[in-house]
Design a binder for this molecule. Structure first.
Ligand code: ADP
Length: 616
């Protein structure tokens, strides 16, 4: 016998679980059954993929048994089982990186917290909500020895050798006083039907029956054990879809939407995809757990293959079940398998088209979806070239005129003579809305998309066109050309301001690429733009954040407004002694108003003070 201490995190977890999730404690049974089902899945997979297990005749079953006198509840499976190391690793330590973030995300709100349990894979420990002691007796398939793990949830557990004939695991809960309801057949049946009706294996409950005056015990199947995804849509109720989702994911919230396909024809397969109504905790982690499981002819193959969905659809949960893949398909071969590639391809199209339908028919629902997963979906614009058009139609933006607008809606509302779709990128919505770069657009009542999400500055340069209309950032230099209305008058102005332009260029030659007259400004004296081929400011920031620190310095272009009082006066007074200071102030204030840092802020303040002293 050997004694061990739990990881400190487990203690913390147990404590939290017992105190904060108490109101929903019946879910412990779902968690134990789901573990049993996973264990059978794993063994089933071995019997088809591993020579060593070929001859094992597996009749999957999960058994539940109660001992009313001793207040014991037993959950038994004939799955893969655990050996000594497995028991230590899986039931004694928290190997999964997700658990720490689970702990940090707990809100103290019991309902919210309990919905997190399944997502974080801390299911087993939930049994301590109702048990004062748990014994796990397990024998790993293909091994001789069996082991018993015992703990009272008080920081320690013990492992010793045990006797068990067949492979699999038996979890024995010694119920706490007051938890007797879980010894009741009706209660157990109700919970199993609620959460575990559609796991693909039969669950039996040992029931006591009176026969000819004698008491008799018999196992009775209490779940449907049908793979829900293989049934016809019209045989399935909404409630069944929802319950299946909860059992599949451990999420206690109803899904936002589901998409069920039974394909027949050249390829035969079923897919059942769900869109959650709460974002998975690891949505923005590199090591996120993929949400789609692969089955072949109803046999579980893997739930750990990120390739089953493109990363920008990583929030999708569900099942792909193929009739055509060979059962002994290895995980390496999966990657290049043409059948699977085809299924994936049509699944992605199906999901995107379904989202489009929701957007058109139920915008409120779509908005909910967009708020949860829009940021992730956008990644598809630069990773999935094939579906780019479809994806562009799913994007929503803020604009100078509306809270949400799609590219289609934008296009429909374009002004006569407007040549392009315009957008501005940056970090802060308010700052963007007040940017000098869009003054003339506002004056002409042209809508500008406001993109304040980090990924926007990455994806938008990829989008040069939507439905044959060019898409352009207002901070690029060539926009100005489009804004020019009167070429003759512009020429005159060029001449009128040529001297001051030359002087400013000379003074600011270390800071800027060029100084030009602007036609995009209405009030502000100056603004900063970037050459058409240079990354703009938001893009530069994004690249820096992604770790590209050795970027060459990109010099912007300074544009000045010939209708502005300061600029007018300056052109008539171009030999002012303060010209040097004023030039720098014009440049610095343009940076500030567009949300960029000053290269030397103390220099800026000194210059302002110098000018102030003169004028007072
Ligand atoms: P999760 O099931 O989310 O991984 P649990 O805490 O419920 O988290 O279980 C931890 C691990 O213990 C499982 O991943 C599995 O490896 C192992 N385990 C639990 N129950 C069983 C069982 N009945 N048979 C085999 N392994 C099990």
């Amino acid at each position: 016998m050997s004694k061990h201490k739990f990881d400190t995190e487990i203690n913390q977890l147990l404590d939290l679980m017992i105190h904060s999730l108490y109101s929903n404690k019946e879910i412990f049974l779902r968690e134990l059954i789901s573990n049993a089902s996973d264990a059978i899945d794993k063994l089933k997979f071995l019997t088809i993929s591993d020579e060593k297990f070929k001859d094992l005749s597996l009749e999957p079953r999960i058994e539940i048994e109660v001992d009313k006198d001793k207040k014991k509840l037993i959950v038994r499976d004939n799955g893969i089982g655990m050996n000594e190391e497995d028991l230590k690793e899986h039931l004694g330590t928290i190997a999964k990186s997700g658990t720490k973030s689970f702990l940090s995300q707990l809100s103290g709100d019991a309902k919210k917290d309990s919905s997190l349990i399944g997502q974080f894979g801390v299911g087993f420990y939930s049994a301590f909500m109702v048990a004062k002691k748990i014994e796990v007796i397990s024998k790993k398939a293909g091994e001789d020895k069996a082991y018993k793990w015992v703990s009272s949830g008080n920081g320690e557990y013990e492992i010793k050798e045990a006797k068990k004939k067949t492979q699999g695991t038996e979890v024995i809960l010694h119920l706490k006083d007051g938890e007797e309801e879980f010894l009741d057949d009706w209660t157990i049946e109700r919970i199993v039907k609620k959460y575990s009706n559609h796991i693909p294996f039969p669950i039996y409950l040992l029931k006591e029956e009176e026969k000819d005056g004698k008491k008799e015990k018999k196992f009775e199947q209490i779940n449907k054990a049908s793979a829900l995804w293989r049934l016809n849509k019209n045989e399935i109720t909404d409630e069944e879809y929802i319950d299946f989702y909860k059992q599949l994911t451990g999420d206690s919230n109803d899904p936002l939407h589901w998409i069920h396909t039974n394909a027949e024809g050249t390829l035969e397969y079923s897919t059942l995809f769900y869109i959650p109504s709460v974002a998975p905790f690891d949505l923005f982690r590199v090591d996120y757990q993929p949400g789609v499981k692969l089955y072949v002819k109803r046999v579980f193959i893997t739930d750990d293959d990120k390739e089953l969905m493109p990363t920008y659809l990583r929030f999708v949960r569900g099942i792909i079940d193929s009739e055509d893949l060979p059962l002994n398909v290895s995980r390496e071969i999966l990657q290049q398998n043409t059948i699977l590639t085809k299924i994936k391809k049509s699944s992605v199209k199906k999901i995107l088209n379904e989202l489009k339908k929701i957007k058109e028919k139920d915008f409120d629902k779509y908005l909910k979806f967009w708020k949860l997963f829009g940021k992730v979906l956008k990644e598809g614009v630069y990773t999935d070239f094939e579906n780019r058009d479809l994806l562009l139609d799913l994007l929503l933006f803020k604009s100078t005129k509306r809270d949400t607008v799609s590219l289609k809606e934008y296009k429909e509302a374009m002004k006569e003579g407007q040549k392009s779709i315009y957008y501005i990128t940056g970090e802060d919505e308010k700052m963007l809305k007040n940017s000098p770069l869009i003054e003339s657009f506002k004056a002409k009542d042209i809508e500008v998309l406001i993109l304040d999400d980090e990924v926007d500055s990455l994806i938008m340069p990829m989008v040069t066109e939507y439905d044959k209309t060019p898409v352009k950032s207002v901070s690029t230099s060539d926009i100005d050309e489009e804004q020019k209305e009167d070429k003759e008058k512009d020429k005159e102005k060029e001449e009128e301001f040529s001297k001051i332009l030359v002087k400013l260029k000379e003074i600011l030659k270390d800071e800027v690429k060029d100084v030009k007259l602007s036609s995009r400004l209405k009030e502000s004296p100056s603004c900063i733009v970037f050459d058409k081929n240079d990354p703009d400011f938001a893009m530069q920031e994004m690249l820096k954040q992604m770790g590209q620190t050795n970027l060459p310095k990109v010099k912007p272009i300074l544009e000045i407004n010939p209708d502005n009082e300061i600029i007018k006066k300056l052109s008539q007074n171009d030999s002012l002694s303060e010209l040097n200071d004023i030039a720098h102030i014009l440049y610095d204030q343009a940076r500030l108003i567009e949300g960029m840092k000053l290269e030397d802020s103390s220099e800026f303040v000194k210059r302002i003070n110098k000018i102030l002293t003169k004028t007072i």
